[in-house]
Design a protein around this ligand. Structure first.
Ligand code: ADP
Ligand code: MG
Length: 310
């Protein structure tokens, strides 16, 4: 079973349980509507040896990243993160200064976005450092953006240039130690302000954050909304020093992917640029079914090994 088949199986074994008013599994966050407001909940774990190596990732960067990936899932729902819980499972041999450095990175980002740490758990681990963060967001219920809300005819947009993190990772493999791309890979900044701003826009329909890469993540919106898409890969905004593959298939950018009413495209993009000083880029549109990629009007396919025209 792959990750998504496993999640589907977990869902089947628990779908008979009461929902108690929550919208559960399947989006970036679970949603609890409370009158005109909503709370959203998400959790993400980082595991030593799988997500990071202590030899190559500093504790301060890891503290930043563990929080950033969770704040990104809250931003993807269109509301602001307000609080987090932190669980640390630590091997006996972990040094005290490692944990304190981790907390410096974590607390700096939490302060930047005004997020409270309200609890967690601390245990011993027999299998490397394990970190789990749960984030809670809050905002008006009508601002919540679900993956399932894309409509046929919608335009597809991304909130910033893509591929920076993949380019940074490649540079690290090549032995480089410092660059803007490496910084972006090590300390991604979640789209907290952008997410809340887009949440308030009625013309924005579906939204999610890009954690696995555009090619793979777009499918989640299409599946949840039961629609298709056509995307012009030459219109994907590219970060500096990236290949098309970095922008198309590369993960860990933590930018937002959204769909919106095409009649409001002009005003949405204009006001976004006035607000954030960068482009909200239109990369394609929603169709009835299927997923097709085009490069300068020629249909193309992509696999992780490379890129081929047919
Ligand atoms: P994201 O990349 O946005 O964090 P994931 O791909 O990790 O989302 O998860 C997809 C969906 O499956 C989410 O709604 C998440 O809450 C849910 N999910 C993942 N793992 C589990 C699990 N072990 N039990 C219940 N729900 C899960
Ligand atoms: Mg997500």
């Amino acid at each position: 079973m792959n990750e998504f088949e496993l999640i589907a199986a977990i869902n089947r074994y628990t779908s008979h349980l009461p929902d108690n008013g929550f919208e559960g599994i399947g989006d970036d966050c679970a949603v609890l509507p409370l009158g005109d407001e909503a709370l959203v909940f998400t959790t993400d774990a980082l595991s030593e040896g799988v997500h990071f190596l202590t030899a190559t990732t500093s504790a301060i960067d890891l503290g930043h990243k563990a929080l950033a990936v969770n704040l990104s899932d809250v931003a993807a729902m269109g509301v602001r993160p307000v609080a987090v819980l932190l669980t640390l499972s630590l091997p006996r041999e972990v040094e005290e200064h490692w944990v304190l450095d981790f907390m410096v990175g974590f607390a700096e980002l939490a302060q930047h976005y005004g997020v409270a740490l309200i609890g967690g758990d601390t245990t011993r681990s027999e299998g490397g450092i394990q970190i789990s963060v749960t984030a809670i967001g809050r905002g008006p219920l009508r601002h919540i953006k679900r993956r399932s809300a894309a409509q046929v005819g919608d335009i597809i947009l991304v909130s910033d240039r893509l591929g920076g993190s993949a380019a940074g990772l490649r540079q690290l493999w090549e032995g480089k130690v410092q660059s803007p791309e490496i910084e972006q890979h090590r300390r991604p900044m979640p789209e907290v302000e952008v997410g809340a701003w887009l949440g308030a826009r009625e013309e924005v329909h579906a939204m999610m954050d890009l954690s696995d890469g555009l090619k793979s993540d777009l499918r989640h919106i299409l599946n949840a909304s039961q629609v298709g898409a056509e995307v012009q890969v030459n219109n994907i905004p590219r970060a500096a020093n990236t290949t098309l593959g970095d922008c198309w298939c590369g993960g860990e950018d933590y930018k937002l992917l959204l769909t919106a009413d095409p009649r409001q495209a002009g005003i949405l993009c204009e006001e976004f640029e006035a607000q954030f000083g960068r482009n909200l880029a239109v990369i394609g549109h929603i169709t009835e079914q299927g997923l097709r990629w085009f490069d300068h009007h020629q249909e193309v396919s992509c696999d992780y090994e490379g890129f081929s025209h047919f």
